[in-house]
Design a binder for this molecule. Sequence first.
Ligand code: ADP
Ligand code: MG
Length: 971
Amino acid sequence: MSDHGFDGGNVLKTNESVIDDSNFGALYQSARIGNFSYQFENLPAGDYFVDLHFAEIINTNGPKGMRVFDVFIQEDKILSELDIYSLIGANKPLQLEDVRISLGPNDVIMIRFQGLNGSPIVSGICIREAPNLPVSLVKQRCPETENLSFENKDVRARNDARYQRKMEELQAQCERKTDECYQAWMSLTDMSKKLEEVTMELDNKSFQNNCLDQSMVLQAEKLKDVSTKYNREKKFWFEAINKIESKVKILKDEQSKLSRETHDCANLIPDLNKMVSAVQGLVAQCENLKLKCSKEQAERKKLYNQIQQTKGNIRVFCRSRPLSREEASAGYATVTDFDGAKDGDLGIVTSGFTKKTYRFDRVYMPKDNQDDVFADASPLVISVLDGYNVCIFAYGQTGTGKTFTMEGIENNRGVNYRTLELLFRMIEERKDAFTYNVSVNVLEVYNEQIRDLLVNSPASKKLEIRQDIGGINHVPGIVNAEVENIREVWNVLQAGSNARAVGSNNVNEHSSRSHCMICITVRARNSMNGECTKSKLWLVDLAGSERLAKTDVQGERRKEAQNINRSLSALGDVISALASKSSHIPYRNSKLTHLLQDSLGGEAKILMFVQISPLEQDLGETLSSLNFATRVRGVELGPAKKQIDFGEIQKLKLLLDKLKQESRTKDDALRKLEENFHALESQAKNKDQFCRNQQEKVNELESQLAMKADSCSQMDRQLTELSMKVRVGEDIRANLQQKVNQLEKKLIECEHVESNALQHKVKQLERTLKERTNEFEVHSVILQKKVKELEHKLERQGGGTTVSPMLRPKIQELQEKVSQRDRHLESSPELCASEQSRASTDERKDSSSITENEVNTGPGTQMLQPRKRPTGQGSILLKGNESLGQLRMKREFQNKGIENICLSNPSTEKKRSLATESNKGRHIDPTKAFARVTRTTKPFPGIQRSLSSRINREPVPMVKERESSTRVWLR
Ligand code: ADP
Ligand code: MG
């Protein structure tokens, strides 16, 4: 039947399956809960059986009394204070069956559930048509009533009273026994509870054991991990130790090698000392040599200067240019005679056969080249490097070869370039003994104005000659080009030459009207004695000396000519004054002489090239130039000297040759000494360097040794630390192993103690149960005896005429029923195990049967019909008017294996039950309906088996499972 016709309540569902109910399994997975009622209408008039199905599916873990409610059918309370959990527990079905209801036309079935504590719950309602009551049972009452009118009322009343008393006594005894049984059952329940507690405890212990097992497994895993880690680390550290050991070995080898090297070095020290002392000796020798060298240098310088002075501080070389190709082809007449040129004599054919002879320091023939010219000029370079001022200049008519002699042409360099080239070569040669700094100025004097040819801007300020504190002339603001080699010098000269060309229309013409002056300043420092010198070398290409007729020139040319004449005259005057050792030397009469002041006077050396033209047409200018040169040369020699006889000259020449020879020898000796000195110096330097290197090596080796020793000690420390760590790890492992062993021991001891305690408890319970069973059996035997005695007494009484004819059939009927029940029980093998229980149940059955008969005879009551329909073996039958106390008793009996035992509640006990059971919660409701409550749990063959099987019963794991899960959840 579908769920309809209700009022109130809610539907409740669960997934939990009901234990052991194959018939209505699905039915007990939903229920209606709350205060609700059902009303079934439109049923045809007749008798119906109503079955109610209950199952506790919410309150699965107790406790009892959480849900207590009444059940009403047709406003009659058929169940009072129903507590399903206390009766059967959770998830087990409780069936109230066969509540008989008679319906008239248009009557409805009203079923109502009312909660006393908690909400009522019902899983299903079944309404079936009831079979009609047998007519014989209805009619039985009629003869009894009729017979009663014919009996002797007194006798019957007496017998009835006696019988009533006996019955009451029996009833009282039965009640006592029932109470005793109830007490026994209660104690059994307590025991069961204790057993459950013990089971729970056992479960807890099992759980703890599991936990311990798990923890032990975890500990074992941890131990395994630790062990693996330990092994891994051990391996790693062993490898590291091996590496370190190999490193230490290498380091030790290196250390021994270094020690050997150190020893070798130490052995070398005496040799080194010897070398040092030798070097020191050499150094001392060097110092001596230096001193000697310095002296020799000074001597050489002095001698050289003496030679130069002997030659003359002012020397005049005469050079005639060759005829040009055109001149030669044109057949121009020449006036030069070079017959005495080797002796420095130059003849000039003046007119016809007249020949004038000029003597100079050197006369070059036209065929003499630039090399020949420079060979005589080159000794002055040494004088410059020795610290003397030198002035070389070319004087002569324009076009006679001044520029050719001084500058030369591209492939045939003149005195300027060659002088500087030799100068740098000598500097290079003397670099070990001297340090030189060379700077170059390039100037032009034109119209008595000085022009710097190295300055970048052409419109520079006017340059003036100043005298410094040392009395040396200088030109402030002039460009000093520092040069270090001939290439740089050449670049500077080129720059000056280019600058000279700028601003002039005719370069040759301009150059012949101005003096081109190159000043080489040499600063020397003697490395041996620290002596410093500063000397100047002037290389001057003078302006053309030709004299122009006053009428020929006007304006600028005239001014130029005047300035040139003045400057050249001034030059002649200065030289003349120098020669005559005049107190006043007129240097300042021209810019030319003023600039050349340092290099004309004092110990300065002067070299003049007088350039002449061989042509007859230039004879005048040639004679003028030669006269000027002769005047200059005559300064030194003087006309008087000229007149010295040749013997004296010869002597002087011999002396000069001797001096030259000595000078050459000394130069050679000096050179050798210098070479020796340099060789020794380099040796000493090498030794010093070697010593320093050895010392550095020793220091380096010592520092390496110290570092290696440090690293060795560090590695030793690491080794000891590692071994300590390994030892600690082993200790931890041993401790863990010990702990695991202790835990295992404890676990075994706990299990042993718990199993002993449980066995002991189980034995105690078994003993208690045995005692109770024995007591129960004794009581049952006594009851049986008493019943039999009563029966005997009744028989004795009935043997005469005292036994009521009405009681006899009843007794017989009872006996028949007892025998039937015995047979029935005997046919049920499961019930054979408990004879005593069956006996007592039979006894109760007898009494209840009587009551049933009496009740059933009443009008409006419903007939108790022992059910023959198949029910589950574990079902409990509960009549509609049974008390809950009896229900509990039935459940307890059922746990002992008693099945399908019906208890009837005598109607006569109604008041007493209400009075006594209401306080105990075992109230028997006054109801007309009879019902059977079935339970589907399987019966147990006997008490002993029940006890043992309770401990190991199948549902327990489920409960345990749930409990354990709950425990786990609670934890
Ligand atoms: P100056 O400078 O005195 O005016 P230059 O040096 O310009 O004279 O010479 C004029 C010309 O004569 C140039 O062409 C030059 O080459 C040439 N000359 C001068 N002297 C010689 C010489 N010794 N050998 C060959 N040619 C010469
Ligand atoms: Mg020139």
